[in-house]
Design a protein around this ligand. Structure first.
Ligand code: BV8
Ligand code: ZN
Length: 250
């Protein structure tokens, strides 16, 4: 069983901090929990307001978009507004600082663009980016700055007029090869893997963590709740990312 750390369990935090400092190559994998403290509901949190009646799994699909593109676009506009309002939190900033201290590969399941906004570069986005739009017609892509988005009509492609879609990976769609490739290469080199704020249930992203716990790397899981890999990691920090990550840096 891994050592279970809470920020009050200081020698355990100190051990995890030592592992991070000693790492020759650090792989960091993040999920929606990292952005929770920015006020962005995770996929497992109940959504609020109008969206409380919908499950993200039902909205983040090609079928939902084909069936009702306006509704799906309104959901993405709502999430863009939350992201622009919440912005980067201490967890995002701590991860950018970690990568300045050790050779790091940062892979995220999040589409909110907040790692880049916190200064992380490169960020390997397994599930795309909510601020990028893609035209199903001619494939052209348009990236918008993180800004308050209004409830516009679904945007149309400037090249061919076709209705654009969010450039994110929906359920049933394949992940971008380069991001998966970057994660695979990092797994082969990493001697320390930090898994932050993910329920480890969405594949193939979760397969990265499954491979990490089978590898010789030291795996640290940061999540207030248990996940399917919690009993297999080397160190579990059961705390919020916005609190524990800055503590690990200190
Ligand atoms: C694919 C972009 C192949 C869109 C997303 C059965 C078995 C295995 C697989 C499947 C299956 N049935 C279906 C599948 C495939 C499916 C899948 O895995 N489904 C799951 C639900 C079982 N996967 C796919 O469809 C993938 N594609 O397989 O294609 C293929 C292709 C063609 C033909 C055949 C096959 C595509 C998956 C990508 C989907 N897109 N996002 C958008 O965002 O709008 S995934 C979406 O959900 C998010 O990006 C996110 O990654 C994911 C949710 O995961 P988390 O990030 O972990 O978030 P979650 O809410 O789950 O958990 C948050 C965690 O944070 C919690 O543990 C919580 O405790 C913790 N937390 C909370 N607060 C904090 C915190 N931690 C730290 N600090 C805090 N403060
Ligand atoms: Zn087009």
């Amino acid at each position: 069983m891994p050592a279970e750390c809470t920020p009050s369990n200081s020698e355990c935090i100190a051990q995890a901090a030592r592992w991070l400092a000693e790492a020759d190559h650090l792989l960091i994998l993040t999920g929606a929990g990292l952005s929770a403290e920015s006020g962005i509901p995770t996929f497992r949190d109940a959504q609020t307001g109008f969206w409380a009646r919908f499950s993200p799994q039902d909205l983040a699909t090609p079928e939902a978009f084909a069936d009702n593109p306006e509704r799906v676009w309104n959901w993405y506009h709502w999430r863009r507004t939350l992201i622009a309002r919440g912005g980067v939190n201490a967890g995002h900033r701590a991860i950018a600082e970690l990568a300045r201290r050790s050779p790091t590969t940062l892979v995220t399941q999040n589409v909110d663009g907040l790692h880049a906004a916190a200064g992380s570069n490169p960020v390997h986005e397994l599930h795309g980016n909510i601020w990028r739009e893609r035209c199903p017609g001619c494939g052209c892509v348009d990236l918008r700055p993180i800004a308050e988005s209004t409830d516009e009509e679904p945007p149309c492609c400037t090249a061919c007029g076709h209705m654009a879609r969010p450039d994110v990976v929906w359920f049933g769609e394949t992940l971008p090869g380069p991001a998966l490739e970057a994660a695979q290469q990092a797994l082969e080199r990493a001697d320390c893997v930090l898994v932050v704020g993910t329920s480890n249930r969405v594949y193939p992203a979760a397969a990265i963590v499954d491979a990490a716990v089978r590898s010789s790397a030291r795996v640290i899981e940061l999540n207030p709740a248990a996940t399917p890999v919690s009993s297999q990691v080397d160190c579990r920090i059961t705390a919020a990312a916005g609190t524990a990550l800055p503590a690990l840096l200190r």
